[in-house]
Design a protein around this ligand. Structure first.
Ligand code: GTP
Ligand code: MG
Length: 394
């Protein structure tokens, strides 16, 4: 699973990325600071099951803070997109290619209105325009990819009588378009079953719907820490009542995580408070007080960074966190307790989980045991968030 950050230049994509990963990336107030994509590991926050078993876990990957398990996910920060990017403007198409492999997007928007559509300093820019142009560019990007091959592709599909959904899924596998998603879009649009008869507008409409379903998006209304942050966020939300928009202050999160890493404060990402544990300079103290007053005390999800990652993985993509756990023994061979928490795609079953752990577990599956209830589960059992399962094999 890969999450891509998109948005025009200077909105705070790299700041969000750095806050989530603590990777060393460049951040600056001029456009196109980022040119080459940054890849890194961030975390989703899962309520750890250690409490239910009255143990303390030792994660193999990620970490656990006071009962909050942080499970790794892959993140990608790319160059800023400007209007006309699909036609090669700005840094053009090259980095749109980077985004093909993403499963969903976090669209980072600067709600201050102090940067124009190309990321240059200005006053009074309406962030609603950015939401519209970005969707438009992404739709055009999908359309260009489809349109380039559509005449040949659709003719072949029609002549050979191949199923359109399967053919689209295969032809555009680079975009991670699932066959079921293609089926859903075709059903919704109800165009002629002969794809070669589609008009250009229909191919565009098809591309747009495919983009929406294969790259779902959440909007991070960034920079809410500055004056009028709450009002700006609420205005954007009123403009787009149907979109998923979460208020966010990437640089507050970055400051908190860096202070926590340096041992100055105890801070659990996503919480609305922190504890000062070392002597701070007046400047440091004031900066942290500002974050508390302007962000943590104002917004129910604190800086929003953790919330946005969690919503992307669990709500947009529907992934299910599952812990491998023996019904009688919670540790692995090295004595690590509840060492793993894996993220499984929506709809996964106990058998899928067995195959995920090891092909041999899948092939020799007899049953699964729910380690919390000791209930026996068959291969068709649909996984639930925070399940703890043991797989019994032949
Ligand atoms: N006030 C405030 N400023 C922020 C926030 N996040 C980022 N910034 C500032 O916005 C400017 C741009 O940040 P970057 O993270 O480099 O933006 P970007 O979207 O990666 O920009 P490009 O790489 O050029 O596309 C920097 O001056 C940041 O300090 C925030 O939450 N609040
Ligand atoms: Mg950047």
């Amino acid at each position: 699973m890969l999450i891509g950050f998109v948005g025009k230049p200077s909105v705070g994509k790299s700041t969000f990325f750095k806050a989530a990963t603590l990777a060393e990336v460049e951040i600056a107030s001029y456009p196109f600071t980022t040119i080459k994509a940054n890849h890194g590991v961030g975390y989703v926050k899962v309520d750890c099951i250690e409490k239910e078993f009255n143990v303390k876990c030792n994660p193999n990957h990620g970490f656990c803070l006071e009962g909050n398990r942080f499970v790794p996910i892959d993140l990608m920060d790319v160059a800023g997109l400007v209007p006309g990017a699909s036609k090669g403007k700005g840094l053009g198409n090259q980095f749109l290619d980077d985004l093909r492999q993403a499963d969903c997007f976090i669209h980072i928007v600067d709600i201050l209105g102090t940067t124009d559509s190309e990321g240059k300093p200005t006053k009074g820019h309406d962030p609603a325009e950015d939401v519209k142009f970005l969707e438009d560019e992404l739709n055009k990007w999908y359309f260009n990819i489809l349109n380039k091959v559509w005449t040949t592709f659709s003719r072949k599909v029609d002549q050979e009588g191949i199923k359109l959904s399967g053919a689209v899924h295969k032809q555009f596998s680079g975009l991670k378009v699932k066959e079921d998603d293609v089926k859903e879009v075709l059903l919704k649009l109800n165009f002629s079953p002969k794809a070669s008869l589609w008009k250009s507008e229909e191919v565009f409409e098809f591309a747009k719907e495919l983009r929406k379903i294969s790259k779902p998006m959440i909007i991070a209304a960034n920079k809410v820490d500055i004056e009028n942050g709450k009002e700006n966020f609420e205005k954007l939300k009123r403009n787009f009542p149907d979109l998923l928009i979460v208020p966010c202050s990437a640089n507050s999160e970055l400051a908190l995580r860096q202070a926590s890493k340096s041992g100055l404060i105890n801070y659990i990402p996503g919480e609305r408070d922190f504890e000062i544990v070392k002597e701070l300079s007046t400047k440091q103290k004031e900066a942290l007080e500002d974050i508390k007053k302007n962000v943590l005390d104002v917004f129910p999800d604190g800086t929003g960074v953790q919330k946005i990652l969690n919503v992307a993985v669990f709500d947009l993509l529907g992934y299910i966190p599952v812990f491998p756990a023996g019904a009688t023994k919670l540790g692995d061979s090295k004595g690590n307790i509840l060492p793993d928490c894996f993220l499984l795609p929506p709809g996964s079953t106990a058998l899928d989980f067995a195959f995920f752990l090891h092909t041999d577990f899948g092939k020799n599956f007899i049953k699964a045991i729910n380690a919390k209830t000791k209930m026996i589960l068959g291969k068709e059992y649909k996984l639930k968030p925070r399940d703890a399962l043991e797989i019994i094999t032949r």
